[in-house]
Design a protein around this ligand. Structure first.
Ligand SMILES: *Cc1c(COP(=O)(O)O)cnc(C)c1O
Length: 430
């Protein structure tokens, strides 16, 4: 992996940002986000629409940039739906997805007249039907299918095993009257998500071929029209040594003919792809300041103000040997000296709070700034931000040579104010 080419290596005044916004903070390269989206957009078949999975990074400003560049929204909670609507996404470009939607969420999606709810169970289908009937409307529904087939090459496989997601391919194919069973839930297509962190172009092409074929088979078996096919996504980025980023040109070369064939036989079918990680991961840096340096039993530690409560992915859960995210000394006393092994840890009282183990870094000192790159996806929102009551970090967007505060950090008062002062009344004797 070569992160030298990352766009977040633009001439950034890291010390200035740290002084202005404080640390720890997430810093996003807004120009990079937009350029990357445009490149992907230009490479892929023009008929394939790209929807951003807000789950990967729900920051409103981050999505606002992607939205302006042409991304739709794939949302999975009421807050994400509200975010998408607040930045002016046309309801026509919103999908709501998730295995456990509440009645309130379904109602909000119907009320907002979003394009489609991706339905994950027959129980949910009944609820959508009821909700749309109460409002006297029809709501378009995409059925999420748990495919009988499983791919290799994804870091988190979805298909081919029991899952809480979607409806089993076999169960669907047996539902012959599905196209006419509901009056208000307008079943109009399918969605399949095969897994995440896929770094092999060929796997994405194979998945897509499978989904497009499955769409036809399900439509034929159930009488459901194919107004839309959502082929999922899961495009990965390289994080660790030995991994390589997807080659979008190569992907397009293999994928576009497939989509072209489908589009020509299904001219009225919307083709949608979802992407979270690929659109944001490379454009975020987690900025931390070194608080203490020390040695323990021959190993060097830099204890920073940032940690795994903001960046759980850096712990490397799920892999036997800890692998480090790309980490760099961004501003420090001796950034030109010979690197050596450092453990970079945080303020949490657990040995798991290790952001990097044996990372090659120049000699570190109190006050130095470290950055964990490729951290723009599944960062704080996918981390235990309340551990030790530290709360959410600040988020900053760099754009056109300027910096913008995109989220204020949680203050101690923010955190304490959620707990009523005398919740237990007179039961606790002062
Ligand atoms: C998480 C998720 C995504 C986004 O996945 P990435 O790997 O971040 O692109 C898309 N679709 C579904 C159904 C998901 O659960």
């Amino acid at each position: 992996m070569n992160t030298e080419n990352d766009r977040n290596d633009r001439n950034v005044n890291w010390s200035g940002i740290a002084d202005q916004y404080g640390t720890p903070a997430y810093v996003y390269d807004g120009d990079g986000l937009v350029e990357n989206f445009r490149e992907l957009r230009a490479a892929l078949h023009p008929g394939l629409e790209i929807f951003y999975s807000l789950k990967a990074n729900p920051n409103r400003s981050v999505y606002e940039l992607l939205r302006a560049a042409g991304a739709g929204a794939e949302v999975s909670s009421l807050a994400e739906l509200r975010t998408a609507l607040a930045v002016g996404t046309s309801p026509r470009d919103i999908l709501f997805l998730g295995p456990g939607k509440s009645t309130e969420e379904i109602a909000a999606a119907v009320d907002a007249r979003i394009y489609g709810i991706v339905c994950e169970s027959f129980g949910e289908l009944d609820l959508i039907e009821r909700c749309a009937r109460e409002r006297g409307v029809r709501q378009r529904v995409l059925l999420r299918i748990n495919p009988a087939y499983s791919v290799t090459g994804s870091r988190l496989t979805m298909g081919g095993r029991p899952r809480q997601f979607g409806i089993d391919e076999a169960a669907l194919s047996a539902a012959h009257d599905l196209g006419s069973r509901y009056q208000h839930a307008h079943i109009a297509g399918i969605q399949v998500y095969m897994g995440t962190r896929i770094l092999d172009e060929e796997i994405i092409v194979k998945n897509t071929a499978y989904v497009l074929d499955l769409a036809d088979r399900v439509a034929a078996a159930t009488g459901v029209p194919l107004e839309v096919v959502d082929i999922g996504g899961g495009m990965g980025v390289a994080y660790f040594d030995g991994e390589h980023d997807l080659d979008v040109t190569e992907l397009a070369k293999q994928l576009n003919p497939l989509l072209d064939t489908f589009a020509s036989t299904h001219p009225d079918t919307r083709m949608i792809m979802e992407s979270g990680r690929y659109l944001t991961a490379r454009f975020g840096t987690y900025l931390m300041r070194v608080r203490y340096t020390k040695e323990s039993m021959g190993e060097r530690f830099a204890v920073t103000d940032g940690g795994t409560h903001h960046h759980m992915a850096a712990v490397g859960i799920g892999s036997f040997v800890k692998r480090n995210f790309p980490i760099e000394l961004l501003a420090g006393e001796s950034d030109s000296e010979t690197p050596g092994p450092w453990n970079v840890t945080g303020p949490l009282c657990t040995p798991n709070d290790t952001v990097a183990k044996n990372a090659q870094l120049p000699p570190l000192h109190r006050g130095d700034l470290l950055g964990v790159h490729r951290s723009g996806a599944y960062g704080p929102t996918a981390s235990p931000v309340f551990f030790l009551s530290h709360g959410y970090p600040a988020e900053v967007v760099l754009l056109g040579g300027r910096s913008f505060l995109a989220r204020t950090r949680d203050t101690v008062d923010d955190l304490l104010s959620r707990q009523p002062e005398h919740a237990l009344g007179s039961y606790v004797q002062g």
